[in-house]
Design a protein around this ligand. Structure first.
Ligand SMILES: Nc1nc2c(ncn2[C@@H]2O[C@H](COP(=O)(O)OP(=O)(O)OP(=O)(O)O)[C@@H](O)[C@H]2O)c(=O)[nH]1
Length: 337
């Protein structure tokens, strides 16, 4: 049997900067001979559109969380990649990067890879990289059990968005992270800018820790903190960007703490879409792309939230539809975990 391929899991709470990090990595030479699997919570995945712009090796796994509903998908996708590699259909594979959904517990994912009868002979888990947002990280650790589990499973923790927090805040966060996981190596980053060698170099501190936490936390398998819901909306007509911005600000002002994540690809009547990216109260500067990544040029917006009935979002949008310029419809049935 040939050399085992390395599996690197990139995880981190919703909006903490996983895709940004991966995008940066894929631009560099160190990720050649690498395949990327992306899994998103919510029925409509958007990250792979961004990643596909720079990398055709990116594959989207179905909606839901890797840690519960789509583990079969993961096994199948990984086996398929190995088959393609054996047949020589793709560049020889050295590494597989799995970007999990922000609500995933990485332990069951590792467990799947390590215990599957075929995969265990061909793959070795290299490391778990966890992104933690310098601005929202403390808040997520306080309130979101998944966030703590992710940090606990990390070999490397990337504190992202350090440009948006004070040095003191970043240091306080770093020491809290080390209390949860003393063996993790902490790296600070801005916009995914990171030394790739440092990222993939083995963490000497960690050695035996991941397997132990892996077995223990497997008992949490499939459980998220209560009532995380997603709603995926589609708009058939272009949206008035200013009116939409106003509607969204009002929503976030009133209910920001309950809205874990807003992600969207919005048709504003120009050539390419505007990518919308929000984490709780914060909306990151929208990015205007030059072109759409496929034939579907409609606006799609995904909300992930706790304690808000998705129907409330829909009816609020309907009340606004004359100014927005388009009526919202639910793209897929509302998913409740
Ligand atoms: N200012 C600043 N913004 C950042 C940084 N890293 C990421 N962002 C922004 O944060 C937003 C969310 O980043 P993503 O990379 O999409 O986060 P994610 O973890 O992949 O999100 P999910 O897949 O929804 O869980 C985007 O608007 C990014 O541009 C950073 O270091 N500084």
């Amino acid at each position: 049997m040939g050399k085992k391929r390395k599996v690197t899991v990139i995880t981190g709470f919703l909006g903490s900067g996983k895709t940004t990090l991966l995008t940066h990595l894929l631009k560099g030479p160190s990720l050649k001979n690498t395949a990327v699997l992306v899994n998103e919570f919510g029925k409509v995945g958007l990250d792979h559109h961004l990643l596909r712009r720079i990398d055709e090796r990116t594959l989207l796994l179905g909606g839901g969380c890797l840690c519960c509903s789509v583990r079969e998908d993961l096994v199948n996708a990984l086996r398929e990649l190995l088959d393609n590699d054996h047949r020589g259909d793709i560049e020889p594979l050295e590494r597989i990067v799995i970007e999990t959904s922000g609500l995933a517990d990485p332990a069951p994912i590792l467990f799947t890879v390590l215990t599957d009868s075929v995969l265990q002979h061909h793959l070795t888990v290299d490391q778990v990289i966890v992104t933690v947002d310098a601005v929202n990280g403390q808040f997520h650790l306080d309130r979101q059990n998944e966030s703590v589990k992710q940090v606990a499973a990390a070999d490397k923790i990337i504190i992202t968005k350090t440009d948006m927090a004070s040095e003191n805040e970043v240091e306080l966060l770093a020491s809290r992270l080390l209390t949860i996981n003393p063996s993790a190596e902490i790296i600070k980053s801005i916009h995914g800018n990171i030394d790739n060698h440092q990222l993939f170099a083995p963490n000497e501190k960690v050695k035996s820790t991941p397997l132990i936490s892996l077995v223990e936390s497997n008992s949490f398998q499939g459980k998220h903190a209560p009532a995380a819901r997603s709603i995926s909306l589609t708009f058939d007509q272009p949206l008035d960007w200013s009116a939409f911005g106003l509607w969204l600000s009002m929503l976030l002002h009133a209910r920001g703490e309950e809205i874990l994540r807003v992600k969207g690809m919005i048709d504003v009547g120009e050539d390419g879409p505007v990518m919308l990216n929000g984490v709780q109260h914060i909306i990151h500067p929208p990015e205007h792309l030059d072109e759409w990544s496929d034939e579907d040029k409609r606006s799609h917006i995904v909300f992930i939230m706790r304690s808000i009935d998705p129907e409330q979002i829909l009816s609020s949008l309907h009340a606004f539809q004359n100014i927005l310029g388009s009526r919202a419809s639910i793209r897929e049935p509302v998913e409740v975990l």
